[in-house]
Design a protein around this ligand. Sequence first.
Ligand code: G3P
Ligand code: CA
Length: 256
Amino acid sequence: LTLVVPAAAASRPLVVAHRGASAYAPENTVAAFRLARDQGADMFELDVQETADHHLVLMHDTTLSRTTDVEKVFPGRSPWRVGDLTLAEIRGLDAGSWFSRKYAGERVPTLGETLREMRGSGLGLLLEIKEPRLYPGVEARVAEEIGRDTGWRGRIVVQSFDWESMRRFHRLVPGVPIGLLGTPPVADLPRLAAFADQINPPYAGVTAGYVRRVHRLGMKVLTWTVDAPAAVRRLTGAGVDGVITNRPDVVREVAG
Ligand code: G3P
Ligand code: CA
């Protein structure tokens, strides 16, 4: 695993800001990523999708409705899918007002812009490719974009719920660590370890025994979405390598 783990994190799990510090700022915006850095996160997580004209933008849902004003701006474009609008159209949207007036005018970032803005932060990046089946060829586009920015070398992990997509990504760029979202059965772990570096499950079912099985194969466990102090303590005890949280400040307070 070539991920650069900050020295301060050696005795505690890595703190990964889920869609940025998304309890306090609109998810998947540069404002949320900057706040994650200010709150002491080691890494930030984001979701990548593709516009109709094949630009990479950050959005969690496959439609723009929940986190932008798209329905007001383009009333005739239902169901407002990310992949149906162009970059120029999406860049005209407000991605902050739904969260609070304070963030009015925040834009949907491109992946390239985010890499430029956050390059100097020192944080690592957990990059999720969201619904890759909707965007044939997205793995190559992500590989090209992150390969262009040499300042990020060794600081990016790429993850997805779609494990076949991650196998393809690994074939394209074997040097970038891969995370698999979900909880694969223990019996499947050895074959997945052939291309994966992390198993990243929802936290409820994570046990010390499962973490040990993953560790034995040389992989790490980053679990989500952990905001409650009691859960942070339990998972630290179970030996996880990272917690993915909407509240990096809370997790730093508990985990050190
Ligand atoms: O990084 C873990 C987490 O992001 C996976 O779920 O739905 O928030 O993308 P979701
Ligand atoms: Ca995600």
